[in-house]
Design a protein around this ligand. Structure first.
Ligand SMILES: Cc1cc2nc3c(=O)[nH]c(=O)nc-3n(C[C@H](O)[C@H](O)[C@H](O)COP(=O)(O)OP(=O)(O)OC[C@H]3O[C@@H](n4cnc5c(N)ncnc54)[C@H](O)[C@@H]3O)c2cc1C
Ligand code: FES
Length: 276
């Protein structure tokens, strides 16, 4: 299996918070079909940086045929990306992975005898908040009500863009900041009494584990979908470098631990599948 890698134009690459960039890439083949929770591989220019770097899709402008990524500069690959200005070229492939499953949200919202709107809760941590933009747009278009809870260490970003979709947006930070909840996303959800019918989360693994516990406490763990991160090599299912233990229900009803590929079988899994 081979991935198609295209060389695309960078249309925008703006620092939106310290060390956090938003890159717009002209990619017509992908902008039309990318779904929330899928990701793209960016191939570094420098020969010594062999492996592609994966990034979840932040937004897609279907009319202008642009995809947007938000990334944090953490090493050589992302440093190289940050140096690109408008008009530069970038090698990219995708969309990859399975993305969030929105079927239950769509069916629930379309049910005729429903008494109240389907409540969806979107939870993000750090750069993991980036994927909530396209997700919120699609859940709102499906007719659900959306509450997004964003957690940051110090400098929030993306909240205003998310509010423009019509979502209710709550922000928390680990370090005290004026006007936002001081603490983590679960504390924030407790504080504001946030519960929902369906939950979607993306962020660091300890945050996802805490969200899983929160959802178990407040309802049904099967209602949670999490987007996992893992070190990746190929990014499209062939090297097994990203495989991780997951619970799988067998035909006899028993659960077994099997290995799944985060890149190809995920990166989105149900909360109750993950071996935390
Ligand atoms: C499915 C998925 C979606 C992601 N989405 C985003 C996003 O939207 N925004 C964002 O800022 N970051 C995201 N990441 C993490 C991002 O891929 C890494 O931060 C980036 O690859 C680091 O590259 P680097 O060369 O700057 O750092 P280096 O540390 O020099 O990278 C060295 C190697 O480790 C890998 N690597 C390093 N950190 C990670 C990590 N956390 N997860 C997976 N591989 C890693 C790189 O691919 C590379 O092969 C995502 C990761 C995955 C798996
Ligand atoms: S990164 Fe190669 S199989 Fe997932």
């Amino acid at each position: 299996m081979k991935q198609t890698i295209i060389t695309a134009d960078v249309l925008d690459n703006t620092e939106i918070a310290p060390g956090i960039f938003r890159m717009g890439i002209h990619y017509p083949e992908a902008a039309d079909r990318v779904r929330p929770g899928q990701f793209f591989n960016i191939y570094p220019d420098a020969d010594r940086l062999i492996l592609p770097r994966p990034f979840g899709v932040h937004a897609a402008d279907r009319r202008e045929q642009v995809i947007y990524l938000i990334y944090e500069v953490t090493g050589e690959g992302t440093r190289e990306m940050a140096e690109k200005s408008k008009g530069a070229k970038v090698r990219v492939s995708g969309p990859l992975g399975n993305g969030f499953d929105l079927q239950e949200a769509r069916e629930g919202a379309a049910r005729e005898n429903r008494q109240a709107p389907v409540q969806t809760v979107l939870i993000g941590g750090g750069v993991g908040t980036s994927v909530l933009q396209l997700l919120a747009e699609e859940l709102l278009a499906a007719g659900t009500e959306v509450t997004a809870v964003l957690g940051f260490r110090k400098h929030p970003f993306g909240a205003e863009e998310l509010r423009k979709t019509g979502a209710r947006v709550l922000v928390s930070t680990d370090l005290p900041q004026e006007g936002v909840y001081h603490g983590n996303v679960c504390g924030c959800m407790e504080h504001y009494g946030v519960t929902g019918d369906l939950y979607f989360a993306c962020g660091p693994r300890p945050m996802l584990k805490a969200v899983d516990e929160y959802v178990r406490t407040h309802g049904d763990d099967r209602a949670l979908q999490v987007s996992l991160e893992s070190r990746m090599a190929c990014g499209y299912g062939v090297c097994l470098g990203c495989s991780t233990p997951m619970l799988e229900e067998q035909e006899n009803g028993q659960e077994m631990i099997v290995r799944k590929r985060v890149c190809k079988d995920g990166p989105v899994f149900r909360g109750d599948e993950v071996v935390w």
